[in-house]
Write a protein that binds this ligand. Structure first.
Ligand SMILES: Cc1cc2nc3c(=O)[nH]c(=O)nc-3n(C[C@H](O)[C@H](O)[C@H](O)COP(=O)(O)OP(=O)(O)OC[C@H]3O[C@@H](n4cnc5c(N)ncnc54)[C@H](O)[C@@H]3O)c2cc1C
Length: 365
């Protein structure tokens, strides 16, 4: 008899969120992670809880965002209360300034409940005033959105899973291949042994393509992103701020994260002087007070890039019982509750929370 109904491969945010949701459906789940959970992009990411420049994505991203957004407050509170690790969900609002494609943004907003408010006309303007000068227009304000502290979210989810009686969490177990019999998955195997279950979910972030290349061809590639941490000692910025594709994220301890680059560097996650210089210059242009603030950390992570950043969520036709939840690009934190809901519906056969078509895993033939 199998100890678990489902094996999830990959302990990033999307693997852990998949387990979290599968558990709510009554499944027994084994999570296998080759290192420690939430150490890759799911540690490195900024944690902004809206797809950046949402009007630049196709509608399937907006649909996942709409499913995920109402879940964040409850989810963060539940994790904080049950694990004692507060992921610091903060709805401090998001400013997009000097927006080059303002007309497109307004059109998009009109189709999405007027989500974007002109910053100058918003009630928050008085509070934000010092940060919003005419040179930052056109500028848009998303009042109800914000950010989460990604490493803490990862730690809290990991702890929640460790504490749950129906979860078996196995770290330092690298999966090297799937076990299949007559076109049906039976489990996973690696140098440290094997684990059996009738369903396997691959959530290996940018490594998912390599993990599955014997079974299906997936257009998932690593996209390196570098980040800086400014150790500000007092509040310098009231909300997330984006300009020219770069962003600043204030944390509750007043430190400010600045990001990010989008680089094709394969699986190399080293940092570069050029990356540092670009992020530093843009951060200081957005918020000149940062020129006097020390940078204490510089790191890089690998986004799981996919065409149009639309994740692959669903069953692999070629192998019965095999599923994927991967390829979230730069939106893998914000969309994670939604893609985990969709994945669960595929595994359990319950109604889909959104039309599953745009995310379907392609057939390799
Ligand atoms: C600099 C940067 C900034 C970002 N900012 C944001 C943001 O503001 N908002 C947002 O929503 N998203 C952001 N992202 C994107 C987000 O971080 C990623 O989309 C998300 O973390 C991907 O999660 P994942 O679980 O799919 O993959 P990962 O976090 O990469 O996790 C995959 C896991 O699978 C494991 N694994 C791989 N192969 C195997 C194997 N063979 N056996 C066992 N385990 C295996 C890995 O060790 C890893 O732990 C950012 C990313 C970066 C790099």
């Amino acid at each position: 008899m199998n100890a678990s109904d489902v094996i999830v491969v990959g302990g990033g945010i999307n693997g852990m969120m998949s387990v979290f949701k599968l558990i709510q459906q009554g499944f027994r789940v084994t999570l296998v992670e080759r290192g420690q959970c939430a150490q890759e992009a799911s540690w490195a990411g900024g944690g902004i809880l809206i797809p950046l420049y949402p009007w630049r994505y196709r509608d399937p991203i907006a649909r996942l965002d709409a499913l995920a957004a109402p879940q964040w407050l409850t989810l963060a509170n539940l994790l904080a209360e049950t694990t004692g690790i507060d992921p610091q969900y903060t709805a401090h609002g998001i400013m997009h300034v000097r927006v080059e494609d303002a007309d497109r943004a307004r059109d998009w907003s009109a189709r999405h409940d007027d989500m974007l408010v002109s910053l100058a006309s918003s009630r928050a303007f008085e509070q934000l005033g010092p940060w919003v000068t005419p040179s930052l227009e056109p500028a848009f304000w998303l009042p109800e959105r914000g950010s989460i502290r990604t490493p803490r979210l990862g730690q809290a989810l990991r702890q929640w899973l460790l504490d749950h009686p129906r979860v078996t969490l196995i770290e330092h177990f690298e999966v090297t291949s799937l076990l299949t019999v007559n076109g049906r998955v039976e489990g996973v195997t690696g140098p440290r042994g094997r684990h059996l279950a009738p369903h396997v979910v691959m959530a290996g972030g940018p490594w998912t393509r390599q993990l599955l290349e014997r079974h299906v061809l997936l257009a998932i590639t690593p996209v390196r992103g570098q980040m800086l941490l400014f150790r500000a000692e007092k509040a310098l910025l009231p909300s997330v701020m984006l300009m020219n594709g770069f962003y600043l994220i204030p944390r509750r301890d007043h430190h400010i994260l600045a990001g990010s680059t989008f680089e094709d560097a394969g699986f190399d996650r080293t940092t570069t002087r050029e990356g540092y210089a670009r992020i530093h210059a843009m951060a200081c242009e957005m918020l000149p007070a940062l020129e006097k603030v020390e940078v204490t950390h510089h790191w890089a992570g690998l986004r799981p890039g996919s065409p149009d950043s639309i994740p692959f969520v669903g069953a692999v036709q070629e192998v019965e019982g095999l599923y994927i939840n991967a390829g979230h690009g730069g939106n893998g934190v914000v969309l994670s509750p939604a893609t985990a809901d969709l994945l669960c519906a595929h595994v359990s056969g319950t109604p889909f929370p959104v039309d599953p078509t745009p995310y379907i895993v392609p057939c390799s033939g």
